[in-house]
Ligand binder design. Structure first.
Ligand SMILES: Cc1ncc(COP(=O)(O)O)c(C=O)c1O
Length: 429
C-alpha cells in the first residue's frame, strides 16, 4: 500500500480518471498499490504499445545508457538517433527526400512542424479542426481546439479552426465544411493545415477520406504544408504504420510521439519533406535532449518488435474483432462504436446522460482499466497494448456489457455516480 498524498503535485497535472495509484505492469496487465490487477486497455494514453515489463526494450535502453547516455545530439552527433531517423523514413510513405527532427513529446514536435510550415511557406496562418487535440505547448496549444483548457491563457494569433469532416457527416455538411475551408484559405495567408486522421481525444472520430483527399489537393495548389498528427493514431495502432495510410493521401509532414518508444522513453519525431524541414535555420527547433540515444535505442527496438511479430496486421484483425464483439452487445445505451484497428471509441448514453466515466468506473471494479473522453466524457476509450489477446478482448467486452446492464438496472451507487461526474475534464462545449 502506498501512503503518499498527491497534493505536492499541482492539481493542473492531476486530471484523474479514477484516482488510482498504478504501480506495476507486466504484459497487458497492470496493478495498483493494493495489488488489484487490471487488463489495461488504455496503455497509459495510447503509449505502452507493447505492454509492460519488456526485458528486450529495457535492455536496449540500459545498454545504450551504459555506452553513452547523452551527447546533446545537436552539438555532438551519435549513430543511434541517425539509425532511428533512417528507420522512420523507411516506414513512412512518400516518394520524396525526407528528413527527421526529434523531440521529447508530441506537443513540442507539433510546435516544430508548425515552425517548419511557417518558415517554408513564408506565411503564418494555421488551420486545424474543431475539437482537435494537438498538445499543450505554445503553437500546439493554439492549434488545439479545446476551449475549456485555454481559459485565462491568452489567445493564439493566426490560428483558424473549422468543423471536422468525420465520416458521420452528411454530404451537405461536408460540402459546407469544404466551403468554410476555401473561405479561410482565400481570406488569410495560410502556412499549414494540421489534421488528426482519426481524432483521438474528441472521442475517436474517423475523417472522411474524400474530404481529406480534397484537403491534400488544395494544400498542394495553395502552397500550404499538410501536417498529419499521428501522435495517437501512429506506430501501427490502426493496422497501418500511420493512420493517414487508410485514406490514400501523402502528407508533407507527419508528427509522431506517444508509442514511439512504447513508454520506455519520452520521444517524438517530425518526419517530412526534406526541403520543408531543412527550411529551419540552425537551432530554430532543438532541445538539450533531442535525439537522446537511449530513447532512440528503445524506439528502434519497439519498431523492430512490431515488425518481427507482425503486429500491425494483427492490430487490424484484433480491432475488427473487438468492434464486432462490442456491436453485438444488445443495449440502447450504446450509440456508436467507432474506430480503426486498436483505436476504438464507444459512445455511451443512459437516458440522455453521458455515462463514459461511469462505465469506466464499473469496468475498473471488474478488472478492466479503460479511459473515457469526448466532449462530455461520453466515449469509452479503448486503445490497448498491441499484445492484447482475444481472450482478454472477450473479457473486456463482457465487462462493458455487464457494466451497462448494471447501469440500466439501476445497480449503481450514488457515490459512484457522483465520482464519475466529478472526475476528469471532458472536452467541453
Ligand atoms: C493527437 C494528439 N496530438 C498531440 C498530443 C500531444 O502529445 P503530448 O501529450 O505527448 O505532448 C496528443 C496527446 O494526447 C494527441 O493525442
Amino acid at each position: 500500500v502506498i501512503d503518499v498524498e498527491p497534493d505536492i503535485i499541482a492539481k493542473s497535472m492531476r486530471i484523474g480518471l479514477y484516482n488510482d495509484y498504478i504501480v506495476q505492469g507486466k504484459g497487458s496487465i497492470i496493478s495498483n498499490s493494493v495489488g488489484k490487477k487490471y487488463i489495461d486497455v488504455l496503455s497509459g494514453a495510447a503509449v505502452a504499445v507493447l505492454g509492460y515489463g519488456s526485458n528486450e526494450i529495457a535492455k536496449e535502453y540500459y545498454d545504450s545508457s551504459m555506452k553513452m547516455q547523452h551527447t546533446c545530439f545537436p552539438y555532438s552527433i551519435n549513430p543511434i538517433p541517425i539509425s532511428l531517423a533512417r528507420k522512420l523514413v523507411e516506414i513512412t510513405p512518400g516518394d520524396f527526400e525526407k528528413s527527421v527532427i526529434f523531440g521529447l513529446t508530441g506537443s513540442d514536435s507539433i510546435d516544430g512542424a508548425i515552425k517548419c510550415a511557417r518558415k517554408f511557406s513564408g506565411k503564418s496562418g494555421i488551420i486545424s479542426f474543431n475539437d482537435s487535440y494537438h498538445g499543450s505547448t505554445g503553437f500546439a496549444f493554439h492549434a488545439t481546439d479545446w476551449n475549456k483548457l485555454k481559459c485565462g491563457l491568452g489567445a493564439g494569433v493566426d490560428f483558424h479552426h473549422v468543423r471536422f469532416p468525420d465520416i458521420s457527416k452528411s454530404k451537405e455538411e461536408k460540402r459546407r465544411i469544404v466551403e468554410d475551408i476555401k473561405h479561410i484559405i482565400s481570406s488569410f495567408e495560410i502556412a499549414g493545415f494540421i489534421i488528426e486522421p482519426i481524432q483521438g481525444d474528441s472521442g475517436i472520430r474517423v475523417i472522411d477520406g474524400e474530404t481529406l483527399r480534397w484537403i491534400r489537393e488544395i494544400c498542394t495548389q495553395k502552397n500550404i504544408v499538410m501536417i498529419v498528427d499521428e501522435i495517437q493514431s501512429g506506430i501501427g495502432r490502426t493496422g497501418m504504420w500511420w493512420g493517414f495510410e487508410h485514406f490514400r493521401v501523402i502528407p508533407d509532414i507527419i508528427v509522431c510521439g506517444k508509442g514511439l518508444a512504447g513508454g520506455y522513453a519520452p520521444i517524438s519525431a517530425i518526419i517530412g519533406k526534406r526541403d520543408i524541414l531543412e527550411s529551419l535555420d540552425k537551432a530554430q527547433h532543438v532541445f538539450t535532449f533531442s535525439g537522446h540515444p537511449p530513447s532512440c535505442a528503445a524506439a528502434l527496438k519497439v519498431i523492430e518488435i512490431i515488425e518481427r511479430d507482425e503486429l500491425i496486421i494483427k492490430n487490424k484483425q484484433k480491432g475488427d474483432y473487438f468492434i464486432e464483439e462490442i456491436k453485438k452487445i444488445d443495449s440502447k445505451s450504446i450509440k456508436t462504436v467507432r474506430g480503426i484497428g486498436l483505436m476504438i471509441g464507444v459512445e455511451v448514453y443512459y437516458k440522455d446522460k453521458p455515462v463514459g466515466s461511469l462505465i469506466g468506473l464499473k469496468c475498473r471494479e471488474k478488472g478492466v482499466y479503460m479511459g473515457y473522453f469526448g466532449k462530455n466524457n461520453e466515449v469509452l476509450r479503448i486503445e490497448p497494448p498491441f499484445i492484447i489477446t482475444r481472450q482478454e478482448i472477450d473479457y473486456v467486452v463482457k465487462a462493458i456489457k455487464e457494466s451497462i446492464k448494471e447501469i440500466e438496472s439501476n445497480k449503481v451507487g450514488l457515490d459512484e455516480i457522483e465520482f464519475a461526474e466529478k472526475n476528469c475534464v471532458g472536452l467541453g462545449d
